[in-house]
Design a binder for this molecule. Structure first.
Ligand code: NAD
Length: 426
């Protein structure tokens, strides 16, 4: 979601997210007893395209922006993964995100491989025209490696449905034919799907509901804190509140707000949309992003960036359940500490899969020339998320491992199966 007027997000320090992704993979590979060749194959991104994008700015100057598109693995289908516009984008971050997408698509059993893209830019500092120029330049530059059967981008941090419409238009113009299935997360008016905007939050709701049931926790009155208040955070907060949860704290780059009685989530969202600072919301105490993570809540939803729960603060986390809407919010060191403390972590490659599942529905509708009703999208998403949750929990219980280990083992094993059946091609 592009948000004018707020400073760039504080970037996470320490761990290289790609090192985190590889450490998680290595643990799963050990568990699965993968041979050296398969390990090498899955530790390597299949394609890393770097593009340098000259963009004409409103003042007549030209600025060259760094961008990339990474396809980690295509054994299970075309690449799938969002496009991030953020000043902290690096190739290694995008490689990590692409790797997690491979496992995520496999965990929820949708027919895609893993990919991700990014441009190092603060979109909030661009005019609308500059943003469109940049988006179209990026679409043209990655055009040769994307397509409905090749790699299908979607929104991520700093991008939104409008940018997806520009990318679809640029790609369709270059091809000389209407190609809506090249990108998902489009506005409904140009072959987007019902339910996509809420999808990541809906996915969070489904996995939290199942985890709460498993722990004998009623969602009615359960306390929730949400870090990050963009697409993923707002919809997670909204849908959990509609289930009866008491959302006591939310935050964005301006800081956090807290109310022990529970926030009026709709009012907080309205405030965020109006001034782009959730901290302008009246009638709540202020908190910080750091303190929010350590509140004594039933459910914590990190929905901002990588590396938020680290070795430095994990011991202070008091939530019973963590549902990772963000990709890579927890470092391996923190994972161990949370595991020892008995905190139930629903990992990103399961918890945040709602977005890519509905992206798959959008792609499938585009290819069939159909529109599904919102109710159909919601029902199918619930089915996919609930079943994936139980696949992961079943494996975690059987092998006495964490939910993250189980999800990674499941995702990796499905990719291995496809790669072996195909002979590791393409
Ligand atoms: P977004 O751009 O819509 O929102 C990001 C929000 O996080 C903004 O409100 C920003 O102010 C806030 N933020 C940034 N850094 C922060 C920090 N350190 N502390 C607190 N708040 C901070 O992005 P989004 O699409 O909601 O994505 C958020 C996370 O969810 C990312 O990790 C993304 O990869 C992941 N995710 C998104 C989707 C999706 O469909 N949008 C799907 C799966 C996963």
């Amino acid at each position: 979601m592009v948000e004018p007027g707020v400073e760039a997000a504080p970037t996470a320090e320490q761990a290289d997210p790609y090192a985190t992704a590889l450490a998680q993979f290595d643990a799963a590979a050990d568990r699965l007893g993968l041979d050296e060749g398969m390990r090498q194959y899955l530790r390597t991104c299949r394609r890393e395209l770097i593009v340098n994008l000259p963009v004409r700015m409103d003042d007549g100057s030209t600025v060259v922006f760094f961008g990339c598109r990474v396809q980690h693995n295509l054994a299970r289908g075309p690449g799938k993964g969002g496009i991030r516009f953020h000043p902290s984008v690096t190739l290694n971050e995008v490689k990590a995100l692409a790797t997690w997408m491979t496992w995520k698509c496999a965990v929820v059993k949708i027919p895609f491989g893993g990919a991700k893209g990014g441009v190092k830019v603060d979109p909030k500092k661009l005019s609308l025209r500059e943003l469109e120029n940049l988006s179209r330049r990026y679409a043209a530059a990655i055009g040769p490696v994307i397509g409905p059967d090749l790699d299908v981008p979607a929104p991520d941090v700093g991008t939104d449905p409008r940018i997806m419409a520009w990318i679809m238009d640029a790609y369709s113009s270059a091809q000389g034919r209407w190609t809506p299935a090249v990108v998902t997360g489009k506005p409904i008016a140009v072959f987007g799907t019902e339910g996509r905007v809420a999808a990541t939050g809906s996915g969070i709701l489904h996995v939290v509901r199942e985890a709460a049931r498993h722990h004998g926790l009623s969602l009615d009155g359960a306390t929730v804190a949400v870090q990050g208040f963009g697409n993923a955070g707002q919809w997670s907060a909204r849908l959990l509140a509609r289930q009866g949860c008491r959302v006591v704290a939310v935050s964005d780059t301006s800081g956090g707000i807290y109310s022990g009685r529970g926030l009026d989530v709709e009012a907080a969202i309205a405030q965020k949309l109006e001034s782009n600072r959730v901290t302008d919301y009246a009638g709540a105490d202020r908190t910080t992003n750091e303190d929010l993570l350590t509140l004594p809540v039933d459910v914590l939803v990190p929905a901002a960036f990588e590396n938020q729960i680290t070795g430095a603060n994990a011991a202070d986390v008091k939530a019973k359940i963590i549902a990772e809407a963000a990709n890579g919010p927890t470092t391996p060191e923190a994972d161990e500490i949370l595991g020892d403390a008995g905190i139930f972590v629903i990992p990103d490659i399961l918890a945040s899969a709602g977005g890519v599942v509905v992206s798959y529905f959008e792609w499938a509708q585009n290819r069939a020339g159909l529109f599904w009703r919102e109710e159909d999208v919601d029902n199918r998403l619930r089915e996919v998320m609930t079943s994936a949750y139980h696949d992961v929990q079943g494996l975690a219980e059987r092998d006495k491992i964490t939910m993250r280990e189980a999800a990674t083992v499941l995702g990796v094993s499905r990719v291995v199966e496809a790669a072996e059946l195909r002979g590791m091609r393409p």
